[in-house]
Write a protein that binds this ligand. Structure first.
Ligand code: WT7
Length: 652
C-alpha cells in the first residue's frame, strides 16, 4: 500500500470502541477522572482492591528522597501468595493457570492449585539449597512452567531473582550473575529451539568456571535430555531435589519496598544496568494494567503474551500481572515457525485465545509469510490484541487487526520500559478511539509530557521532542542495582530532577495523541530488544583483530532496527573478507548472544570523528541506510566519509 492509500484507508475506518466493549471493558472513562482528582488516592484504591495485604499501608507515596520512591509505605504482602494461594483459597484452585505448549507439541495443564504446590515445592527446595530472604537467585531457563514456579518461589522467600534471557551467552551470563552476586543459579540441560535441543547448562558452567562469583548451587531442570557435565557438590537435578518436597510452605509477608527482582537491560554504556523493582507498587501496577489495558476477564478469557520471561514483558505480563489477577494463559516454549509457520495460530485455535499480546517484529514477520497462513485457522476467539516493544507502523497495525483480529479487535499499542515496570501509555479497549501507529495517551494514574531541547513542555502537533514522565508511579524502578548515582544521572538529570527522562523521542498529533519515535540515545531496538551500541562495540574490540569499532542501529523492514558495525582492523590483521566478517559476527554472539549479532559488518580504513574524538554515528547511519551522507563539516577530517564510501563500493 502506498502512504496515500494507507491514509485514505485509515480515514475510512471506524476505530471507536464497540458498544459491547464500552459496556463490558474493565477500563472505563471514569478511571481518568478519578485519577485526575486524586492520584494517590487512586493508586491506594488500586493497591487495596487488587491485592491482598497482610498488613495495610499507612502512606501511599513517600517521595521525600526523590528520585528514590517508596510506595505503600508500611504495608506488607507476599507476591507469591497474591499470585497463587489466594486464588486457591477463593475456590478457584481448579481454574487453569497455564496451558503450557512445548515446541515439540508436549503439553501440560497447570491449575492454580497445582501451581501453588509447584511454587511451594520449589520454595522448600531453594531453602534446602541455603537461599534466605535477600539472597539473589539467577534464573536461566526456557519458557517452561518451572521457570514461573522458580520466579514465584523466589518471590515467596523474598529472594530477588535475576532472570537472564536464554539467548544470552556465557559471557553475558557471567557479568549478570556476578553483578547481582547470585548464590544459586537455576537452569536446564537445554531448551527446544526450531526442533533442536539448544544447550543451556554449558553456558552456566562456562560462566561459573571463572570462579569470581559467590554461586554455591546450580539447580538443573531436565528438559531436553541432553548430556551435561556435572560438578559434584554444586549441581543438583531439579527432579531429585524439588519433586519430593512438601507442597506446604508458609509465605512470609514482605515489606512493600522489599526488592522483588533485578533485570538487566542495555544502557548507553557498555555495562548493562541492573534495573530493580520492589514488591507492592510493582504488583499493583502490573495487575491493574493487565486488567484495564489487556481487558482480562479472568472467568472467560484465555490470554497469551508471547514474550520470553527473560524480558520485562514476560515478568510483568506472563508472571506477575496475569497471575495476580488469576488469569488463564498460554505459555509457549518455541519459535513461531516450528514445525510450521502457522504454529501460533494453531495455538490460538487450540486454546481459544481471546487476548494476544505480541511485538511488531513478529507481526511484520507474519506479514512477510503471508495472510493465507493465519487464514487457515479459526481465530474467531480473539477479541483484544496488544503490541509492545517498539512503534508499530500503521501498515502492520492494519494487517494485525484484519488478519488476526477479524477486522474488529481493538489493538492496544502499549508503551513502557524495563524501568517503568508496567504499561504507561496505551489506549484502553473500552474507552479509546484508536489511532494506528500511536500509543496515544498515558493511562489513568500516569502523566507524561513532551519537552523541547530547552526542557520546556509543549503541546503543538508535529514538533519533535523528548518524552518525560512527570509524576512517580507505583511500578517505577527503585534504582540501578549497586549504583544509585547512575540511576539519578541516567534518568533524572537531563531535564532536572522533576522529570524522568525515558530516552525516547516523541511528538503529538493534532488530536493530542502521543507518537513514540524511537530512542534518542545510543540504544538500539532490534526486534523489540534493547541493545547498546557501546556494548557491541566493546565486544568487537575485544577481538584480537579489531582496533576500533562503531555500531549503529539502521532501520530494517522486519526487525525495526538492525545492528550495523563499522570496524577498523589492527595493523597486521588481514582482511579475509567474508571470513573475517563471519568470525566477528560469531565473536559478538559469543560475547553477548545471538540477538546482538550485527546484520552487517563493514571493514573500513577510518571512522568519522569530531575534533574532540567523538564518533559521529549519524553519518555512519546514513551509510548503513544507503542515504546520502549528511553534514560533515564538524568532522576532524572531512575526507573520511569519502574514504569509507570508496572502500565500501569497491567491496560490493
Ligand atoms: C523501549 C523500552 C516495554 C517492554 C519491552 C521493551 C521502546 C516499547 C513501545 C511502543 C514505541 C516502544 C521504547 C522504550 N518501546 N514499547 N509501544 N511504542 N516504542 O522494553 O527493552 O526496556 O525497551 O522500547 O524505545 O524506551 P525495553
Amino acid at each position: 500500500m502506498t502512504d496515500e492509500n494507507l491514509s485514505s484507508h485509515l480515514a475510512e475506518l471506524d476505530l471507536s470502541p464497540t458498544d459491547e466493549l464500552r459496556s463490558q471493558a474493565v477500563g472505563t472513562e471514569d478511571l481518568f477522572a478519578e485519577a485526575d482528582a486524586d492520584r494517590e488516592a487512586f493508586w491506594a484504591k488500586q493497591a487495596r482492591e487488587r491485592l491482598t495485604w497482610s498488613k495495610d499501608f499507612d502512606q501511599t507515596l513517600d517521595w521525600s528522597e526523590a528520585p528514590f520512591a517508596k510506595w505503600f509505605v508500611g504495608g506488607e504482602l507476599n507476591v507469591a501468595y497474591n499470585c497463587v494461594d489466594r486464588h486457591v483459597e477463593a475456590g478457584n484452585g481448579e481454574r487453569v493457570a497455564l496451558h503450557f505448549e512445548g515446541e515439540g507439541g508436549d503439553t501440560r495443564t497447570v491449575t492454580y492449585a497445582q501451581l501453588k504446590d509447584d511454587v511451594c515445592r520449589a520454595a522448600n527446595a531453594l531453602v534446602e539449597l541455603g537461599v534466605e530472604k535477600g539472597d539473589r537467585v539467577a534464573i536461566y531457563l526456557p519458557m517452561i512452567p518451572e521457570a514461573i514456579a522458580t520466579m514465584l518461589a523466589c518471590a515467596r522467600l523474598g529472594a530477588p531473582h535475576s532472570v537472564i534471557f536464554g539467548g544470552f551467552s556465557a559471557e553475558a551470563l557471567r557479568t549478570r550473575i556476578n553483578d547481582a552476586e547470585a548464590r544459586v543459579v537455576v537452569t536446564a540441560d537445554g531448551q527446544w529451539r526450531r526442533g533442536k535441543a539448544a544447550p543451556l547448562k554449558p553456558a552456566v558452567d562456562e560462566a561459573l568456571a571463572h570462579g569470581d562469583n559467590p554461586v554455591e548451587k546450580v539447580l538443573v531442570v531436565k528438559r531436553t535430555e541432553s548430556e551435561v557435565e556435572w560438578t559434584d557438590g554444586r549441581d543438583v537435578w531439579w527432579h531429585d531435589l524439588v519433586d519430593g518436597q512438601s507442597t506446604e510452605h508458609t509465605p512470609e509477608p514482605m515489606d512493600s519496598e522489599h526488592p522483588l527482582f533485578i533485570l538487566y537491560t542495555s544502557g548507553t554504556t557498555g555495562k548493562p544496568k541492573g534495573i530493580f523493582h520492589t514488591t507492592g507498587g510493582y504488583l499493583t501496577q502490573t495487575a491493574y494494567t493487565n486488567a484495564v489495558v489487556h481487558d482480562v476477564h479472568t472467568e472467560t478469557d484465555v490470554y497469551w503474551c508471547t514474550a520470553d520471561i527473560g524480558w520485562v514483558t514476560g515478568h510483568s505480563y506472563i508472571v506477575y500481572g496475569p497471575l495476580a489477577n488469576g488469569a488463564t494463559q498460554v505459555l509457549y516454549e518455541g519459535t513461531p515457525d516450528t514445525p510450521h509457520q502457522g504454529r501460533w495460530w494453531e495455538v490460538v485455535e487450540k486454546y481459544k485465545v481471546s487476548i494476544l499480546y505480541t511485538a511488531p517484529t513478529a507481526i511484520r514477520t507474519f506479514m512477510k509469510w503471508g495472510a493465507d497462513i493465519p487464514a487457515k485457522f479459526d481465530l474467531s476467539s480473539i477479541r483484544v490484541l496488544g503490541s509492545v516493544g517498539e512503534p508499530i507502523n500503521p501498515e502492520a497495525w492494519l494487517w494485525y487487526r484484519k488478519n488476526i483480529g477479524g477486522d474488529k479487535a481493538p489493538i492496544v499499542d502499549t508503551w513502557w520500559q524495563t524501568e517503568t515496570g508496567a504499561i504507561m501509555i496505551s489506549p484502553l479497549p473500552g474507552v479509546t478511539t484508536l489511532e494506528p501507529g500511536s500509543a496515544q495517551r498515558p493511562i489513568p494514574g500516569i502523566s507524561a509530557e513532551i519537552l523541547d531541547d530547552e526542557g520546556q513542555p509543549f503541546t503543538e502537533p508535529d514538533k519533535v521532542g523528548y518524552l518525560v514522565l512527570t509524576q512517580p508511579w507505583p511500578s517505577m524502578l527503585r534504582g540501578i542495582w549497586g549504583d544509585p548515582e547512575r540511576y539519578k544521572e541516567t534518568y533524572w538529570s537531563r531535564f532536572g530532577e522533576k522529570y524522568y527522562f525515558a530516552g525516547d523521542g516523541a511528538k503529538y498529533d493534532d488530536k493530542g495523541n502521543i507518537w513514540l519515535l524511537g530512542r534518542v540515545d545510543d540504544v538500539m531496538n532490534v526486534s523489540g530488544h534493547r541493545l547498546s551500541t557501546a556494548e557491541i562495540e566493546s565486544a568487537l574490540v575485544s577481538h584480537p583483530s579489531v582496533a576500533e569499532a562503531a555500531v549503529v542501529g539502521a532501520s530494517d523492514e522486519t526487525t525495526g532496527q538492525a545492528v550495523v558495525a563499522f570496524v577498523i582492523l589492527r595493523g597486521g590483521a588481514e582482511d579475509h573478507g567474508d571470513e573475517t566478517v563471519q568470525e566477528l559476527r560469531n565473536h559478538v554472539a559469543h560475547e553477548i548472544g545471538p540477538i546482538a549479532k550485527p546484520r552487517q559488518i563493514m571493514v573500513v580504513p577510518e571512522l568519522p570523528k569530531t575534533r574532540s574524538g567523538k564518533i559521529m554515528r549519524r553519518l555512519l547511519k546514513d551509510v548503513a541506510e544507503n542515504r546520502e551522507v549528511g553534514d560533515v563539516t564538524t568532522l576532524a577530517d572531512s575526507s573520511v566519509m569519502n574514504l569509507i564510501q570508496q572502500g565500501l563500493s569497491k567491496d560490493s
